[in-house]
Design a binder for this molecule. Sequence first.
Ligand code: BES
Ligand code: MN
Ligand code: ZN
Length: 502
Amino acid sequence: MKTDLSFAHLAETDTELLVVLAADTQTSKEKAAKPEPVLLSSDEIVKAAAAAVLASGEFKAGANETLLLHAPAGLKAKRLLLVGLGKLAKATPHAVRLASGTAVRFCKPRGIRALAFALPQAETLPPVACARAAAEGAVVGDVDTDTYRSDRKDLSVHSFTAVAPGNADQAALKAAFAEGVIVADSQNFARSLVNEPGNKLTPTIMGQRAAAMAKEVGLACEVHSTKKLHELKMGAFWSVSQGSEEPPALIVLRYEPKGVKDGPILGLVGKGITFDTGGISIKPSENMEKMKYDMAGGAAMLGAMRAIALLKPKVRVIAIVCAAENMPDGKAYKPGDVVTAMSGKTIEIINTDAEGRLVLADGLCYAKQLGATHLINAATLTGAVAVALGQVNAGAFSNDDPTFEKFNAALATSGEKFWRLPLGEEYAELIKSDIGDIKNTGGRYGGSITAAEFLKVFAEDTPWIHLDIAALAWIDDARPYIAKGPSGIAVRSILEWVRSYQ
Ligand code: BES
Ligand code: MN
Ligand code: ZN
């Protein structure tokens, strides 16, 4: 999809479809109160073209609601599409992100290949943030996930043009728009990896995809396997991979901006289980096919690194993805086994399906050995996080309030939802082992928290954030603004968190 930003007049914009946003200004809470939709444009010709339908009450400007007009009077555009943002008082750049995704996804099945998107004019909507968000929504919205269908119709939109309001700061808007394209392409890179089935994306292939991306954007990259895991004494990571014919991959990416010789080194660690059968503690077959997305945390780190390499914040970053396949076979690790992690801690295996925390234990330890001063990890770690938070908020944990606050602040830009869950000594008690230092499960209750406590043992005193994205990495039902399938969650938030250290 070609993307650009135009400063032309809306009415003069010659396009297949012109998108104009609208919002509901009704503030009364009374049930009987009718929505009062207004256009977020000061263009008199556009306002006149939409006046009748706005007055009709047919269009309420609800979030992602759409209404199409053909041959709008006085406009060069062939069609006018109104997209709702919901209540104006609550509208944010994130609502614009979703609306631009909705607009692109409106075009796709209808064979409309080019659209122009009027950036909103409203006091409460900062233009620069909206320019970035509009680019992101469009580029994310353009992707479909039926990549292996032989009758796949390429319904991609060819051209997306955002149209700036008249009084805009052109340079700032251009920069923000270009940034949005980079961020969304990086999110799509992560999504494309997550979408791959286990047979097409083994740990080795994930390593190759990471290396190719690194080469393209100028990141240093190393991909190691079995030998290096043994050298580093990564007994926890290795134990997960040992039941598979597919060798593990330890993917290391480094971003070292010129002239930055001190300050923090941020360590990004991702769970890259390319398929999770559960191992000897095998999962039920229902929905097991979904476990191809168990590498979404690793993919998020690769996507974030791509964006970091292109946007060049002044802070050093290391990313580590621990990729393996969790399989049952004659060599597989077993419940009751005791393994020694890289840190020297001994782990009693209770359940071989709690494998993510094992690969991350050694990934976190290695990130520290490579010099990371702050850690963030992302993982599809527990089913329990879906029980706790539903498919609305992803889980977040941290051992350090100031570090978490920086992450929380990043969410305002990313538009992603993470909810902090507690840690504490009483939870840590639940993963003490009789035979060794810790065990890899803590019982049925508080499953996401005991998993986080497990990771915390390996983060030790280093400021650390753990993101449990199990419930949000895969979208079960298509939304107006994004296809069903991989969401690419966490790429944007991790990127903003990293940028907050520059
Ligand atoms: N990959 C799963 C978690 C998961 C579940 C991700 C559903 C996405 C959707 C993880 O490895 C796992 O199996 N966790 C177990 C832990 C348990 C054995 C303590 C779980 O959540 O059931
Ligand atoms: Mn598992
Ligand atoms: Zn898993």
